[in-house]
Write a protein that binds this ligand. Structure first.
Ligand SMILES: Nc1ncnc2c1ncn2[C@@H]1O[C@H](COP(=O)(O)OP(=O)(O)OP(=O)(O)O)[C@@H](O)[C@H]1O
Ligand SMILES: [Mg+2]
Length: 408
């Protein structure tokens, strides 16, 4: 039996949900010519599916589907309200979805607490690797448009409609983001977690590499076990090369055992094609990863350095709140000079350029009023580009390109 909220509660829930919902709501609200009725029907199907998961006590799955269905319904209701159309049923369904999702969240949290109290490894995984709140949205990631689309298809949609992405349409188990440092691999993984609102396990070498022999592999095993229990879930292993590097004769026993446990857990992590547990690995040294580990990532995506269009978008977005006197064509020229810079190098250049107007006499800067700070000029960028060099040489960059071409 689902609790019916009072009218004032309803508003509050809807408001708090809407402030939390980023990409999908914005996207749908801005899309012209949407068939509202079709959207409503899709949302109803999702709610029906979510309620089935709820009744089967698959709370984690139910929560994801219901939260996402409410994100489809909410803008539709808002739009219908503007058109003064009848929307009582949609409203009821929305409240049902939100309330049930709320109950599921509580159940999931309770289960986490129970599991954490069972053994020290589970406690460690839940405390250190579980991350359920990310503020990164796809919109904040500049460029990489085709990759975002690909991720939508292989990760996001299958989580929303697990019933139809089965058999030959089942999503891949593992995705590897590789490429030069500072271009958004970690950022993308966090945006994916935010987008699908699933359980997200963020793991790095510091979580899994332990002092005592045997502990790392037990943590690895526990990680996969908990992720399986709380589907849909994503395990994100950042800097995966540092944990699962190529085997060598001088390798430490603990590291060999960790790798073996990874391979065994990975192979056993999906018992049916309806299971929704994904692995995302990220590395800037793909050539160092163990061959058997690499093979398990059936989808490998190169997160490349930004091209001219992305560089322009990035610089303009970073400068959006800064007073400057740079005209359009000058921006083009600046960005041409930034070829070979990574996104984070570009951020460093923009920061350096924006600091230039503040580099004056100390007394002057303490007393100046904010509106009297001079605008950032083209010359500030020239200075910054001379000072901040790209973090990668052309030769190092070519290694990624040849890894990409070899398709390994
Ligand atoms: N595509 C992008 N759009 C906007 N900002 C970006 C983008 N890529 C990188 N950045 C900026 O650079 C920082 C570093 O990005 P991120 O940590 O995702 O890089 P990475 O590819 O994981 O690097 P590494 O290989 O060193 O781990 C981000 O916090 C962000 O400020
Ligand atoms: Mg990273």
């Amino acid at each position: 039996m689902i609790k019916q909220p009072k009218q004032s509660d309803e508003k509050q829930i809807i408001l708090s949900r809407s402030s939390n919902s980023n990409f999908s709501i914005k996207k749908q609200a801005q899309t012209p010519n949407i068939d509202l009725n079709q959207q409503v029907q899709n949302a109803y199907k999702m709610i029906e599916q979510g309620m089935k998961y709820y009744q089967n006590q698959q709370y984690s799955m139910a929560k994801v589907v219901l939260v996402n269905s409410s994100q489809i319904l909410l803008p539709v209701i808002k739009q219908k309200k503007q058109n003064q159309e009848e929307h009582a049923t949609e409203h009821q369904e929305l409240i049902k979805a939100i309330n049930t999702a709320e109950i599921c969240t509580q159940k999931v949290d309770q289960l986490f607490q129970n599991i954490a109290s069972q053994d020290p490894y589970s406690k460690q995984i839940i405390e250190t690797a579980m991350n359920r709140k990310f503020e990164v949205s796809f919109d904040e990631i500049i460029g990489l448009e085709s990759i975002k689309k690909q991720l939508d298809e292989v990760l996001i949609l299958p989580n929303l409609r697990p019933d139809i992405f089965t058999g030959i349409r089942a999503p891949p188990k593992g995705i590897l983001f590789y490429g030069p440092p500072g271009n958004g691999k970690t950022l993308l993984a966090k945006a994916v977690a935010n987008q699908i609102k699933c359980c997200f396990f963020n793991v790095s070498a510091s979580t899994l590499v332990q002092k005592h022999l045997g502990e790392g592999e037990k943590l690895m095993k526990t990680l996969f076990k908990i992720a399986f229990q709380f589907q849909p879930s994503v395990i994100f292993i950042d800097e995966i090369d540092s944990i699962l590097s190529s085997r060598s004769s001088e390798e430490h026993e603990a590291s060999r055992r960790l790798k073996t446990e990874f391979l065994v857990s990975f192979d056993g992590m999906q018992t049916s094609d309806q299971d929704r547990i994904f692995l995302i690995g990220a590395t800037n040294r793909p050539q160092d990863i163990d061959g058997a580990v690499l093979r398990r990532f059936t989808v490998k995506i190169l997160i490349d350095q930004p091209d001219q269009k992305a560089r322009l978008a990035l610089v303009k977005s970073l400068m959006s709140n800064v007073n400057h006197s740079i005209l359009g064509p000058a921006f083009d020229k600046i960005c041409e000079k930034l070829a070979g810079y990574s996104a984070s190098d570009i951020k460093a250049v923009v920061k350096e350029a924006c600091m230039q107007p503040l580099r004056q006499d100390k007394i002057a800067i303490v007393t100046i009023s904010a509106q009297n700070i001079r605008p950032v000029r083209k010359e500030d960028f020239e200075f910054a580009i001379n000072k901040v060099k790209p973090s990668l040489t052309e030769k190092q960059y070519q290694e990624y390109i040849s890894f990409n071409k070899s398709g390994s």
